[in-house]
Design a protein around this ligand. Structure first.
Ligand SMILES: [Zn+2]
Length: 449
């Protein structure tokens, strides 16, 4: 038995915050959450943790992470970053207070998930995108991480072997993001014109032809001519040639990726499992299309990402009207690395407009800030959401939306598993202890394996 006493206890139910509360654990389960207990109990406890001036919460359930198993990565099926990266990424996640992670690199197999789980105490669950069109989209973009076993796997088999949902469908790579800018468009220009161009010039070509929302009908000759001039490409490229190159290198593969959304949505309906889809400007319209299909659970991932602030609020409001739609807000890296997202303004706008159902970190090149950091800033500093509600969005609400992700987790409540974090208060991002199933898994910045 362990007793966590005199802490600010946030139970995860969205309502309850106990000042000077106690949490009692035995045999890996929560046995009581209270304001008073008989002090004689302490003589039976193996450990009494004084949580005065600290916060005690359920472990965060991070339902959106990449690069945490020994399988292929992303919707592009690229080779993973290697065991050393994966292990340190898992450590980092645990030390940030996440006790359950959903791997949404959808091409991994369950044996790869199990092999990774054997090496680390954090709870790792998996999602699947093993369907033909999604493979094809990955292959068109990268696919170098695919082995025969990945290609032979199906969504149906993954679900029966323990995958908890379908996802993440789509991604920056397969939807005409970086790969086209760095590789495919420059290569096509070199082949056709014998000229080298850089990624910014390639991006200018792409955006002038297809726009931020990747629309075939966006093409306008004068706009492309102007963009070629601005990017100093007009001496050797005409608008017609540019259109042809961009359609062949970008639109053709994006079309396959968009078909992958439709295929995944049909499978999610057939097997009645939640579907997680990449929601960003490049996938805006396909996300709208899927939202209208009436799935029981459609998680629109990182709905605050890459849109402008006004766009993401407007788009979030629009999506919310469809039954089954769940809006996820991603933390990314606005306080630490700032490499992907420079400011939390979109995240805060989501809090302020009450658009958030659940939160997650997303990958952010392996340097995402923690869910607890987002909760700390939003609830305790900016005060744009209540603490109880903010914690629920990263714990019990996630468990409700994805029922197979974290059964019996996400609440400090009698008979729930004792996944518990103890943090500084109010500096929630400073995690002091992490318990998984009642066992100490991390303390003072060190993972215990
Ligand atoms: Zn994504």
């Amino acid at each position: 038995m362990k007793i966590f006493k005199n802490g600010t206890v946030v139970t995860g139910d969205g309502k309850t915050v106990l000042e000077r509360g106690n949490v009692i654990e035995a045999d890996g389960l929560i046995v009581d959450v209270n304001l008073h207990y008989d002090e004689n109990l302490e003589s039976y406890a193996e450990e009494v943790i004084d949580c005065t001036g600290k916060c005690v919460m359920p472990g965060m359930i991070n339902h959106h992470q990449h690069g945490i198993t020994f399988g292929p990565m992303f919707a592009s099926g690229c080779v993973n970053y290697g065991e050393e990266f994966i292990m340190s990424h898992l450590d980092r996640s645990l030390l940030q207070g996440h006790t359950t992670l959903l791997n949404i690199d959808g091409f991994v197999t369950m044996d790869e998930v199990k092999a990774t789980q054997k090496t680390h105490p954090i709870r790792i669950k998996a999602a699947t995108t093993h369907s033909p069109t999604n493979y094809h989209a990955g292959e068109l973009c990268d696919g170098k991480g695919f082995l025969p076993k990945h290609k032979e796997m199906t969504v149906e088999n993954m679900l029966s072997e323990g995958a908890i949902c379908i996802g993440e469908v789509g991604g920056g790579h397969t939807l005409g993001g970086g790969g086209q800018d760095y590789l495919y468009i420059p290569r096509a220009v070199k082949e056709r014109k014998g000229k080298d161009i850089d990624y910014l010039q390639a991006r200018a070509m792409k955006l002038s032809v297809l726009g931020r929302y990747i629309e075939e009908s966006y093409y306008d000759r004068d706009r492309v001519a102007q963009a070629l001039k601005d990017a100093k490409l007009d001496s050797f490229l005409t608008p017609e040639e540019t259109k042809d190159i961009v359609y062949k290198t970008t639109l053709a593969s994006v079309k396959v990726a968009l078909d992958g959304y439709r295929e995944a949505a049909i499978l999610a309906k057939r097997y009645d499992v939640p579907l997680m889809i990449h929601n960003a400007p490049t996938s805006k319209y396909i996300v709208h299309e899927i939202a209208k299909m009436g799935l029981n659970t459609l998680i629109c991932c990182h709905s605050n990402y890459l849109f402008t602030k006004d766009e993401c609020v407007e788009n979030g409001r629009y999506l919310k009207q469809f039954p089954g739609v769940i809006l996820d807000a991603a933390v990314h890296d606005p306080w630490g690395a700032k490499a992907l997202v420079a400011s939390p303004e979109n995240l805060f706008a989501f809090y302020e407009n009450n658009l958030i159902d659940i939160i997650s970190t997303d990958f952010a090149a392996g340097k995402s800030d923690s869910m607890l950091e987002a909760i700390q800033h939003a609830a305790l500093e900016e005060k744009i959401v209540g603490l109880a509600k903010a914690v629920r969005q990263g714990t019990s609400r996630v468990g409700e939306v994805l029922p197979r992700l974290a059964p019996n987790l996400g609440l400090l409540k009698k008979s729930y598993f004792a996944d518990i974090v103890v943090t500084e208060y109010p500096t929630l991002k400073n995690v002091e202890r992490v318990y998984i199933g009642g066992k100490l898994a991390a303390k003072d910045g060190k993972v215990i394996r």
